[in-house]
Every structure is written in C-alpha cells, then in structure tokens.
Design a protein around this ligand. Structure first.
Ligand code: KG4
Ligand code: ZN
Length: 349
C-alpha cells in the first residue's frame, strides 16, 4: 500500500510517499521531500514561529506535489494520509493538518493522525537490515524532547524517564548560541568537536574545560540539561582565551551531553532487559553518540541489538510520519477529514 506522510511541526515542510508491504511489513521510501527553513531562521538564532508558519503555507503544496511526482504515483493510489497532529508549534502544525484535511476531502482518503515523537521512533522501522526484536528501548533525542521509553511488539510504549528542563538538542543549540557559532547548534558543535578530536595540537597551556554530567548518577532515568549552559557561561567568563578554543569547548559540550545519554540508556537497558536499543530524533544524527553508544552496547550488553535510523530520517522528515501511520493502522482505525484535530501539547501514550 502507498502512504503519503506530511510533517510541519516546526521549521521543516515535509512530504513523503512510502510503499508498505502489508505481508512482510517492509517499508520502502519512494520520495522524501523536505523544504528546510534553517537558512531563514539562522539569522535570528532560532525558529521564529510567525515566519515558520508563513513559509509552511508557501511551501506545503509544492512539497506535496513533488513527493507524489518523485514517487511516480497519483493521489488515487494512496491508501491513507499520515500527518503530524502534535506536539510542536501550533502555527506550524496547522498548515499540515489543514492541508491534509482539504486533500483528504478532495481525494476521499482516510487520515492517520500521528504523534511527532512516535514518528521519530518509527524512523527506525524504515529499511531495517533485520526484523526488530522486542521489547525495545528507545532513546528519543531532539530539539524539543529527551525521552527514554520501552516499546513492546504491539507498539505499546512505556516512558521510563525524560528531561526535566531543556532537551538534549536544545542544550546543543543554546551552547552554540553562547559560543556564537550558528544555528542549529548540534551539527555545528559536532563538526568542531571532530576537528578537536583529529587535531594533533592539543594545547595544554590553557585552563582545563570541565563541564558537569548532569544527573548521571541519579537513581532514575530522568535528564536535566539546563545547568550545562550555566556551567558553560562560568567557564567562558573565566577564560580569556575561549574564542581561540572553540573546537575544544565543542568537544567537551558534546561529550558532556553524550556521556549522560549513554549512561542512562545502558542502565535502563540493564534494568528492563530489552532485546533491542534504538536511537531516534535529530540528535541521533550525531556521529559520536552513534559510535560511542554502539561501542558501549557491544562491550556491556553483548546480546542486545542496536539500531539507528538512516541519517536522512533522523531530523524532521515525513517518511517517518508515513512509517508511523503504517504501524498505527494495525492498532486503530483511521479518521475522516472532519475528525482531524491539531494538538500542540500532544502527550505520548
Ligand atoms: O528532530 P529534530 O529535527 O526536531 C525536533 O523534533 O526537535 O531535531 C532537531 C535538533 C536540533 O536541536 C539540532 O541541533 C539537533 O537536533 N541535531 C544534532 C545533530 N543534528 C541535528 N545534534 C547533535 N548532533 C547532530 N549531528
Ligand atoms: Zn522532530
């Protein structure tokens, strides 16, 4: 069956077509179109909701058209339209849901309304090399969320812990803003950190940079990243050379965030005895997080499989929304255009 996915929860206008084999459950992405607004928002150091909303309105129909034509299918062939219902920016979400309402009415198609975070999770279900073994532990790390949860084979999830303040991606973005190196912070910090790792000239004449690993030893699976920016601020204030040491700062910021994420994930896996660990969300694009978590799992949890989404499906995209729609079809009935409601504060259930 063909599924059209649409995603507009933040600053990417995205549409994708996937082909799902109902028998084997294999998902093939036929098109995955993303119109990113990063170049527009980076002038402001973050997403400006009114600007994002206007851009979504301009982009949504061309993006849907492109997704269908790249997939070489007509609307008649679509079985269901998956769309992000929330959480996200209300003014951004509305463009997606109202467009889907109109398309579903015009094309006479049912709708699967999708939680954005579940979309990130189901990014792991696109083209996996082997079938996924359950129960699974999933670390969802994005600009808006940091959640550790388990999922059983029927798709039921249980939240083990989440951030009490800033999300991991937000910590990357805010640190990059303090260092004045651009937006979004995650990929930029990651590039500088890599540069530091590869540099042979690791100058020891400066003050050591030591950032905390917040809540790493707490007896739960919650996170807290807001203290990192305060620690970073104090370090910068007492370091007259910080502008010359950007790669080294980025390396330490990235390691502080990654160490906490990995430690909690391993502890949670040991406690829940899951068979698979998966990463999801924008921060799961981070090369060091992927590599260090893979290595730790290999050393400490020899029987546990480790899965990461392909890079194209880590940050916001619509293929993951279409994938989630396919799996949700097994759990509940799709809805009609008149029942679709946006929910900016939608919780995971
Ligand atoms: O999933 P996503 O596209 O949007 C949300 O749902 O929030 O995630 C965006 C976040 C941003 O905070 C961005 O800095 C972070 O993902 N990110 C990264 C990397 N690529 C994107 N963080 C660390 N390393 C990366 N390579
Ligand atoms: Zn996202």
């Amino acid at each position: 069956m063909y599924i059209l996915g649409i995603e507009t929860s933040c600053d990417e206008t995205a549409a994708a077509v996937i082909k799902a084999d109902s028998q084997t459950g294999r998902l093939r992405v036929l098109s995955n179109i993303i119109s990113s607004q990063i170049d527009i928002h980076k002038k402001y150091g973050g997403v400006v909701p009114e600007v994002a909303a206007r851009e979504h309105v301009l982009n949504i129909l061309p993006v849907v058209h492109e997704a269908l034509s790249r997939a070489k299918i007509t609307p008649q062939k679509i079985r269901v339209i998956g769309v992000t219902k929330g959480p996200g920016l209300i003014t951004s979400l509305i463009t997606g849901t109202e467009t889907v309402r109109a398309l579903a009415y015009a094309w006479q198609k049912p709708i699967m309304d999708i939680n954005h975070i579940e979309g990130h999770i189901y990014a792991n279900f696109i083209n996996p090399s082997a079938s996924i073994k359950f129960p699974a532990l999933i670390l969802t790390v994005s600009g808006g969320h940091t959640i550790l949860l388990t999922m059983n084979k029927t798709g039921k999830i249980k939240i083990l812990g989440e951030t009490r303040d800033d999300a991991a991606g937000e910590a990357f973005d805010k640190a990059a803003k303090m260092l004045n190196i651009g937006y979004p912070g995650g990929p930029i910090i990651s590039r500088y950190a890599e540069k530091y790792k590869k540099s042979t000239d690791k100058n020891n004449q400066y003050l050591p940079i030591n950032l905390p690993r917040p809540m790493i030893n707490s007896a739960n699976f919650d996170f807290s990243f807001s203290g990192l920016k305060t620690s970073l601020l104090y370090q910068l204030q007492k370091d007259p050379h910080w502008k010359r040491r950007i790669p080294e700062y980025c390396h330490e910021i990235q390691q502080a965030i990654i160490s906490v994420l990995i430690s909690k994930t391993i502890q949670a896996a040991q406690k829940t005895k899951v068979r698979t660990i998966m990463l999801s969300g924008g921060v799961s694009a981070n090369t060091e997080l992927r590599a260090q978590l893979a290595k730790t799992i290999k050393n400490k949890l020899t029987k546990t499989e480790f899965l990461v989404p392909e890079l194209a499906y880590t940050t916001d995209n619509a293929a993951m929304i279409a994938a989630a729609a396919f799996y949700k079809l097994k759990q509940r009935q799709p809805i009609s255009f008149s029942k679709l409601k946006v929910d900016a504060g939608l919780q995971l259930k």
